[in-house]
Design a protein around this ligand. Structure first.
Ligand code: PMV
Length: 321
């Protein structure tokens, strides 16, 4: 059997969003995210002896769409080029969360591919494996948000570097993601990054996001979950308002998205606090809750689902790398 290299990386969910990128996936503002260790992509690389690289799903996982396979292999070729690697590979990958779960897999996929490639290339070239920051900077060229899947549970991405902020006071968190609509998106996140620049609200966006990041880091040091929930709420509406006011405008919300946002407000009034709530460039709602409150929020969702005319489901992951 030929030599193989394997790596796996978690998805991540941003509280302070990276939105409005520059060439090379350089971010216009710093972002903050939480790694989701139960939602992972695994990658396996084997030297193939073929004329070109090839992609296959890992056993039991769903095949990628053709454009996604091509993009993945193009990025792998870019990595090979960077390290002057001549060998061709069989690249295998798979997610441990369903393809139709509506959870973005690009961050975990590109982070896992970069990690596996670095293991393979450093062995082939007999060089030291690049450090985490260099690996994350390479991975970012494939998918911007993937650079935050290298550190956890929390990760800040600020210009060319990533770092784990002080989260020693924070309780263990879980992400409950409510699947509002698993259909593929009409506007990809790459296109969203371009279009938001046409919104009149883009003016001041960088300053607003950077200020929220500073406030979030202070709130984390005090384990002030109420402030984090307020900041994340403002940030979700800020990013989605950019979408809603772009030229031409677009939106991701589905009926279930609004149902959950309304419920979060009702729960806040009843219970006195709410989950840290956020939404990516999609319709699904992420509820970040202390692990010890998981059953409380799970029961709330069960009650809501029982009353709702539109069926919806949810999944959960622990925070961490
Ligand atoms: O990495 P990309 O290009 O898919 O952009 C991700 C953008 C958001 O998910 C909407 C926000 C973020 O910071 O993850």
């Amino acid at each position: 059997m030929s030599k193989a290299w394997e790596a796996s990386a978690p998805a991540n969910i941003a509280l302070i969003k990276y939105m409005g990128k520059n060439p090379g996936n350089a971010a216009t503002n710093a972002s903050l995210s939480l790694a989701l260790k139960d939602f992972r992509t695994s990658v396996r690389l084997e030297c193939s002896g073929d004329d070109s690289d090839r992609w296959d799903p890992l056993p039991g996982s769903t095949p990628l769409r053709r454009e996604s396979t091509e993009k993945f292999l193009r990025f792998f070729a870019q990595l090979k080029n960077e390290f002057s690697i001549k060998e061709n590979f069989l690249v295998m990958s798979g997610n441990n969360f369903p393809a139709d779960a509506g959870i973005a897999s690009s961050a975990s996929s590109y982070a896992a591919l970069t990690q596996a490639a670095m293991l393979a290339f450093s062995e082939i070239k007999k060089i030291k494996t690049p450090d985490i920051n260099s690996q994350a900077a390479l991975s970012r060229l494939g998918s911007g948000s993937s650079c935050r899947s290298f550190l956890g549970p929390w990760c800040v991405w600020d210009e060319n570097k990533i770092y784990a902020p002080d989260s020693s006071a924070m309780p263990e968190l879980m992400d409950i993601v409510v699947i509002a609509n698993a259909d593929s998106k009409k506007v990809s996140s790459s296109e969203a990054h371009q279009r938001v620049r046409s919104s009149p609200l883009f003016n001041g966006r960088v300053e607003r996001a950077n200020l929220r990041l500073q406030k979030s880091l202070l709130a984390m040091q005090k384990a002030d979950l109420n402030s984090l929930a307020q900041i994340a709420w403002e940030e979700l509406w800020d990013m989605h308002s950019l979408f809603h006011t772009s030229v031409p405008p677009f939106f991701y919300f589905a009926p279930t998205t609004l149902l959950i946002l309304r419920a979060v407000e009702d729960w806040r009034d009843e219970i006195g606090h709410m989950p840290i709530t956020t939404i990516d460039a999609g319709p699904n709602v992420h509820l970040l809750v202390p692990a010890k409150e998981y059953s409380l929020w799970n029961e709330r969702l069960e009650k809501l689902a029982a009353k709702s005319k539109t069926p919806f489901s949810w999944m959960h992951s622990h925070a961490g790398i």
